[in-house]
Design a protein around this ligand. Structure first.
Ligand SMILES: NC(=O)c1ccc[n+]([C@@H]2O[C@H](COP(=O)([O-])OP(=O)(O)OC[C@H]3O[C@@H](n4cnc5c(N)ncnc54)[C@H](OP(=O)(O)O)[C@@H]3O)[C@@H](O)[C@H]2O)c1
Length: 288
């Protein structure tokens, strides 16, 4: 059985990928979970996953983390605008380690999108294209959880964005994690580029209506110019350039950049993607 490493395994997505691999029958002992903070992965170590400390900014830690590993999932970091170099360090370490398969969590339509968010992903994809290591691009669309992570804020202020009537093809994080686990534990994915998105594409007003339905509270969508939205996010404490990048992504939804009819996600996971209504209902129960 190949040894599979999941980087940033203590991220929300990384944890779900490790869980999905275990559910698919991959032995904990055949798995490496990398994290910057081993204490955060104590639960993974407790079930027998080999936890190794690695920082994308520190190549020596990456060499230790990827020693003896056959397949790697590189989970993109959350340092938006400043993460390409770290990703390139992971790719170089995977090459030095003789990895046989390197999958990367990119963004939907990375090669065509004008969204600012995609710049780091595009730089990473360009480097992957030059690598001798067989690669898989998991071009992830939006998580439904992007709209539930701060449900209290939506309940108080409504949904705000710059997407107009644009649609976003959301799926649950778990859906994307399962797709990654299918690729890492399966065969024949080398060279694949998967455009991963939910089966349903919703407008912001439709998402607001689902939140209203799940919470019993009246939540409306307010559309504002992209500069105004960036300002609102800055006022809420989001630093530069993150507030501008998130506002720009909302405008990207308006331009149709976060929808796809590829069907890749449901095909990989072998079932329809999780309806947004279900993810929103689950989140609503936690704030009830
Ligand atoms: N598709 C979407 O809708 C969407 C939404 C949000 C984010 N994303 C992207 O998908 C990734 C996974 O999503 P998520 O929600 O699971 O993110 P998350 O929970 O915010 O986790 C971000 C991860 O990045 C790791 N990280 C940051 N800098 C690092 C470094 N220098 N070296 C190693 N690890 C580093 C963090 O490591 P520690 O655990 O050590 O702090 C953390 O585990 C995100 O990082 C982001 O690139 C996608």
């Amino acid at each position: 059985m190949p040894t599979i490493a999941v980087t940033a395994a203590t991220s929300h997505l990384g944890r779900l990928v490790v869980e999905a691999l275990l559910e698919r029958g991959v032995a904990a002992g055949s798995m490496v979970a990398t994290t910057r903070d081993a204490a955060k992965a104590a639960d993974l170590a407790a079930v027998g996953v080999d936890v190794r400390v690695a920082d994308y900014a520190d190549p020596a830690t990456l060499d230790t983390a990827l020693a003896g590993v056959d397949r790697v999932l590189l989970v993109s970091s959350d340092a938006v605008g400043d993460r390409a170099e770290g990703h390139l360090n992971v790719i170089a370490a995977a090459e030095r380690a003789g990895v046989q398969l390197l999958a990367y969590t990119s963004v939907l339509k990375a090669d065509a999108t004008a969204m600012l968010l995609a710049a780091d992903h595009q730089a990473t994809e360009r480097r992957l294209a030059e690598s001798p290591v067989p690669t898989v691009l998991l071009r992830n669309g939006w998580y439904t959880e992007n709209y539930t992570a701060q449900l209290e804020v939506a309940l108080e202020h409504g949904l705000v964005g710059s997407a107009g009537d644009g649609r976003v093809a959301v799926a649950s994080r778990r859906d994307y994690a399962e797709a990654a686990a299918v690729v890492l534990s399966g065969d024949g994915h080398e060279g694949a580029v998967y455009e991963l998105a939910g089966d349903e594409a919703l407008t912001m007003s439709e998402l607001a209506a689902l939140i209203s339905e799940a919470t019993g509270r009246d939540v409306a969508y307010q559309d504002v110019p992209v500069e105004t939205f960036a300002g609102i996010l800055a006022g809420a404490g989001l630093p530069e350039p993150l507030n501008a990048v998130i506002a720009d992504s909302s405008a990207g939804i308006g331009r149709g950049e976060l929808v796809s009819d590829s069907g890749d996600l449901s095909r990989l996971i072998g079932r329809p993607t999780t309806p947004a209504a279900e993810t929103i209902r689950d989140a609503a129960q936690l704030v009830a």
